[in-house]
Design a protein around this ligand. Structure first.
Ligand code: COA
Length: 154
């Protein structure tokens, strides 16, 4: 059974390992997501129970997502979505996105936003199948890819 719950302090090492493992393919293929080589120090302030959630299956941490208000405006966004490579393809990613949408809706956010590489071979299409529409592209400092920002009305 899959359970999604707020992060706990003792999850920190497993969350860090999961982010690095999940993003190994991305990093090797030029998609240098922040999560791919984030340090424990940079991750620590983001591990707050109000905004960071983990998916657990059979007692094992198998997925992560951060859900929080955007820097400006009423929309919320999700970040640091990752699933353990051994668990990939089993619906955990979709369940985490659905969880983020429920939380955003409960918090009164009009839209949920995400940021993903415009030229990634399958992520933009995956999000489009979940109802997200592109509304802007951006080139962030230090990133070897251009981002597409996508939104879903909640
Ligand atoms: C993105 C990610 C979280 C999805 O988690 P998941 O548990 O595998 O997701 P699900 O099983 O719910 O769904 C996977 C979807 O991705 C698609 N997918 C996965 N790997 C794929 C691949 N190599 N090629 C094409 N499509 C792929 C599947 O077809 C499926 O879509 P569908 O159900 O509409 O057919 C996971 O793959 C991951 O951690 N990737 C590395 C980190 C990352 O890129 N995070 C996203 C940052 S924006």
């Amino acid at each position: 059974m899959l359970a999604i719950r707020p992060v706990r302090p003792e999850d920190a090492p497993a969350v860090l390992a999961l982010l690095h493992a999940a993003h190994a393919w991305n990093l090797a293929n030029g998609f240098n997501f922040t999560a791919a080589d984030i340090t424990a120090e940079d991750l620590a302030p983001r591990l707050t129970p109000a905004h960071f959630f983990v998916a657990e299956q059979a007692g094992k941490l198998v997925g992560t997502i951060e859900v929080k208000p955007e820097k400006q405006g009423p929309d919320w966004g999700f970040h640091l979505l990752a699933v353990d490579p051994e668990t990939k393809g089993g619906g955990v990613g979709r369940a985490l996105v659905a969880f983020a949408e429920d939380l955003g809706r409960r918090m009164g956010a009009p839209r949920l936003i995400l940021d993903t590489p415009e030229t990634h071979p399958w992520l933009p299409a995956f999000y489009a199948r979940l109802g997200y529409e592109p509304f802007r592209t951006d080139q962030w400092a230090g990133k070897r890819y251009r981002s597409v920002l996508m939104a879903k009305r909640l």
